[in-house]
Design a protein around this ligand. Sequence first.
Ligand code: DSN
Length: 414
Amino acid sequence: MPSLREVDELVSLGIEREVDRQRRELVLIASENFASRAVLEATGSVLTNKYAEGYPGRRYYAGCENFDYIEKLAINRAKELFSASEVNVQPHSGSQANMAAYFSMVPIGGKIMAMKLDHGGHLTHGSKVNFSGKFYKFCHYGVDPDTETLNYLEIAKMAKSFRPDLIVAGYTAYPREVDFKEFKHIADDVGAKLLVDMSHISGLIAGKVHQSPVEWADVITSTTHKTLRGPRGAMALTKTPFIKSYNSSVFPNIQGGPMGHVIAGKAVAFFEALQPGFSLYAQQIVKNSRILASELLENGFRIVSGGTDTHMILVDVRTLSMTGAEAENVLKSAGIVVNKNSIPFDPNPPVITSGIRIGTAAVTSRGFMESDMRYLSSLIIDALRYKTDVKSINKISNKVSEFARSFKLPGVDD
Ligand code: DSN
């Protein structure tokens, strides 16, 4: 069969350029990672050809025997990995996993409490420009202005006055460990259900370096491509009474045919995360982000909440007289890829912001250890100090490229 390069030179060229970019830049986007070759192979397989609306054993098409086998493998491995009673591996994305969770637990027009977007929530946690903010009444909690961490007493007070049907715990830019048991108490006190969106930290939970929400939450959603290191997609874990309504909320309510090739990739990722080495990987992610945080702190940077317990740190770049957008651009010119991010009580709009979010899951997949993180920290610090000094930024960019190329690119070189 002709290869992609022979069939479509232009797309092939775009992909080759992306391989080169991923190899020579330092990826520090907290929501990104490098899937293994096995995950990429499963995701690029002939399962993409198959329709399988329904669930294993109950399909609307013939010929689903191999799809059933793979979906059941994915479900059973996810159950084992997270000690979950029920699993759905069909959501195409985190947004759809959350949409199905809301539809399965809260009537349209019902009340949901979640974190403010600019304190680390997500668009699906009630933003006005998202379906969630249009279909439901949201009340938003934030972090404490002094500690920049969750204040469970304040969240409990808000829940008592708002009386939500559902409370959401789970964040895109919260660098600290979350107390899910405390959230369960708060939800129980007001008769609310609890949804945990563990998208960012599911790899840390699988690797047992962050407490698990499984005992406490009614439904848990997660993307599969962040710290979990799987294919781009999502999943949900539920307590037994919730699986029937969750499943029907995914199909037929909001999705049609499941993506068998992505489900195969998820099954492989769960298998990889069940291996003993994955826990070491998760431990190293946190060690690496703590080293980065302490190096930045020692060099006078301000870190939101003063540090990190996870794969992520949030840096307040106002102390460098920069906006988040400027810092993102400076670092990108040096080959260091982060994203601008709102920080709590940010005076700047989301397209500008006052912070950057830095994550260590991807570089840890490339094999970064403590000494590598110290060197990486020095490159970040230098780039942010030299800002618009093009000559110095070019020098740093050469160092970044040489350093990055000295590590294997997972999925390509393994
Ligand atoms: N866009 C993801 C992130 O970067 O955190 C969340 O969906």
